[in-house]
Design a protein around this ligand. Structure first.
Ligand SMILES: NC(=O)C1=CN([C@@H]2O[C@H](COP(=O)(O)OP(=O)(O)OC[C@H]3O[C@@H](n4cnc5c(N)ncnc54)[C@H](OP(=O)(O)O)[C@@H]3O)[C@@H](O)[C@H]2O)C=CC1
Ligand SMILES: [Mg+2]
Length: 431
C-alpha cells in the first residue's frame, strides 16, 4: 500500500556536489512545512474532529466508544490513543487491542490528523535519501528499514533531564503525532523501535491498521516504572508490513552479560519476502546506557551475536540488526559486530566519503552535565547478501538548532535511520 509514491520519486533523482544522488523523500514530507511568514491554517474540519475525538475519549469508556463510519472509527482510534494516559484503572500496556483496531486506515488520513494536531508546531526538517546504488540490479522492490529510539515518554518527562527542551515540546498528544508523521513520511517496510512505552495504546493499534504486524518486548525492570504517571515499561518493538513479509519465526531475547540476565532485550524475527520468497532475519535491540558500562555492553553484544548465529543458522540467512547500542564506534561492542563471523557492515558508514566512517552523531541533546553528541545507533547488515541502495541523510547541526533534541519539531533525542536494502544475487554459500 505504501510503495507507489516512493517509486515515483526516482524520476526526480538529483546529484549533489559529493556525487551522491539525493532522492527527495516521499511526497508526504514536503507539505509539512507551512510558509515561514504565515502559519498554515489547519482545516477546521480536521481540528474539530480531533478535538471531538479527544473529548469523546474522555467521556466514554475504552470499550463502549463505538463510532459508525470508517472516518469516525479512525478518530475513535486516535481518541483512544489520546486517552491512554487517562486510563488509570488498568495499566495501558496490559489492555489488549480490540478488533476495531484491525479496520484498515488510510495513511494520508492519519497524516492529516497528525498535521492538524501539530498545526502550531514549527516546520519539520527536510531530509533526503542519498542514493548509494551499486551496479547490482534488483528485480524486486527494496526493503526499507527504519531504526529509531523514539524516546520513552516517561523517561523524557521524568528522567532524561533535557535541560534546553521545554516541557510543552514533550506533551505526548503532540509528540506522538510527530513520531507518527516521521513514520508516515518514510513509509518503512520494517520498523525497529527502542524506548517504546506506548505500544498497546498507540503504536500497535494504529500501525496494525496501516498493515503492520507488531511485536513488543518490554525491559524486565524498565526505568519508566519509577516515573510517576508512567504508561508502563519501555522496550523494543518490531513492526513489518504484512503484505510484504510472512513471519517464519520470532524470538524475544533477554540479553545476558557474562551469563547473568540483564535488563536489556532484543527481538529477532525471520521473515520471508512475499515477492521474492527469500528469507532474512531482522533484529532490534537497545543495549545498556551510560559511561562505565562498556564491558557490560560488550558482553551483551556477544550474547546477541551468539543468539543471531543460532537464528541465522551460522550466517546462512541474511541478517539486519538495528539498535541503539549506546556505544560509540570506538567501543568494544562495536568492534565485535564489525568483526563478527556474521560478516556485518554498518549501513550508515556508506554515507561517508570513504565508506569507512560512521556519521558524526545519531543523538544530540543537552543534559545538566552539558552537551551530549554521540553516534550510538546503527543498522548492521550482511554485507555479502544485502546491498544498501539508499540511506536517509541525517540532520545538520543548523537544522538541529542550538537547543538540540528533542525539540518542538523533532520528537526524540535520537535521529531515525532509514535504509533501503536489496538482496545481492550471490549464491547462499557466499554469505
Ligand atoms: N526495581 C528494581 O529492582 C530494578 C530497577 N531498575 C531500574 O532501571 C534503571 C536502570 O535500568 P537500565 O535498563 O539499566 O537503564 P539504562 O542505564 O540502560 O538507561 C535507561 C534509560 O536512561 C537513558 N539515559 C542514558 N543516559 C542517561 C542520563 N545520563 N540521564 C538520564 N537518562 C539517561 C537511556 O537512554 P538512551 O539509551 O537514549 O541513552 C535509557 O533509555 C534503574 O535506574 C532503576 O530505575 C533496574 C533494575 C532493577
Ligand atoms: Mg533515551
Amino acid at each position: 500500500m505504501f510503495h507507489s509514491p516512493r517509486r515515483l520519486c526516482s524520476a526526480l533523482l538529483q546529484r549533489d556536489a559529493s556525487g551522491l544522488r539525493r532522492l527527495p523523500a516521499p511526497g508526504l514530507r514536503r507539505p509539512f512545512s507551512p510558509p515561514a511568514s504565515a502559519p498554515r491554517p489547519a482545516s477546521p474540519r480536521l481540528l474539530a474532529a480531533v478535538s471531538a475525538a479527544s473529548g469523546a475519549a474522555r467521556s466514554c469508556s475504552r470499550t463502549a466508544c463505538s463510532m459508525g463510519t470508517g472516518t469516525s472509527r479512525l478518530y475513535s482510534a486516535l481518541a483512544k490513543t489520546l486517552n491512554s494516559s487517562a486510563a488509570s484503572q488498568h495499566p495501558a500496556y496490559l489492555v489488549s487491542p480490540d478488533p476495531e483496531h484491525l479496520e484498515p486506515i488510510d495513511p494520508k488520513e492519519l497524516l492529516e490528523e497528525c498535521r492538524a494536531v501539530l498545526h502550531t508546531r514549527p516546520p519539520r526538517f527536510q531530509r533526503d535519501f542519498v542514493d548509494l546504488r551499486t551496479d547490482c540490479p534488483s528485480t524486486h522492490p527494496p526493503i526499507r528499514v527504519m531504526q529509531w529510539n523514539i524516546l520513552a515518554q516517561a523517561l523524557g518527562e521524568g528522567k532524561d533531564n533535557f535541560v534546553q527542551c521545554p516541557v510543552e515540546a514533550l506533551k505526548w498528544e503532540e509528540r506522538k503525532c510527530l513520531i507518527l508523521e516521521e513514520i508516515l513520511a518514510y513509509q518503512p517496510d520494517i520498523l525497529c523501535l527502542q524506548e517504546v512505552d506506548h505500544y498497546f495504546d498507540t503504536f500497535q493499534p494504529l500501525l496494525s491498521r496501516l498493515g503492520y504486524q507488531g511485536t513488543f518486548f518490554p525491559k524486565p525492570w524498565s526505568p519508566c516504572l519509577d516515573v510517576e504517571h508512567n504508561n508502563g515499561p519501555d522496550g523494543c518493538a518490531l513492526f513489518f508490513l504484512q503484505n510484504r513479509f510472512k513471519l517464519v519465526n520470532s524470538a524475544n531475547i533477554r540479553l545476558t552479560a557474562m551469563t547473568l540476565k540483564t535488563n536489556q532485550v532484543a527481538i529477532a524475527q525471520t521473515l520471508e519476502c512475499k515477492e521474492s520468497g527469500r528469507q532474512f532475519c531482522i533484529a532490534v535491540t537497545h543495549l545498556k546506557a551510560r559511561t562505565g558500562w562498556e564491558r557490560f555492553r560488550s558482553a551483551q553484544g556477544c550474547d546477541l551475536l551468539q543468539n543471531l548465529q543460532n537464528i541465522t543458522q551460522g550466517a546462512k540467512i541474511p541478517l539486519i540488526v538495528c539498535g541503539d547500542f549506546n556505544a560509540e564506534p570506538t567501543e568494544e561492542v562495536y568492534k565485535h559486530f564489525a568483526s563478527s563471523s556474521l560478516n556485518l557492515n554498518s549501513a550508515y558508514k556508506l554515507l561517508s566519503a570513504d565508506g569507512q566512517s560512521e556519521p558524526p552523531y545519531t543523538t544530540w541533546k543537552i543534559r545538566t552535565s552539558g552537551e551530549c553528541r554521540h553516534t550510538l545507533d546503527y543498522i548492521w547488515y550482511s554485507k555479502h547478501a544485502l546491498n544498501v541502495r539508499s540511506a536517509l541523510d541525517l540532520l545538520t547541526e543548523e537544522q538541529i538548532g542550538p537547543n538540540r533534541l528533542p525539540s518542538f519539531n523533532y520528537p526524540s533525542d535520537h535521529l531515525s535511520l532509514v535504509c533501503d536494502f536489496s538482496f545481492t544475487e550471490e549464491p547462499d554459500g557466499l554469505l
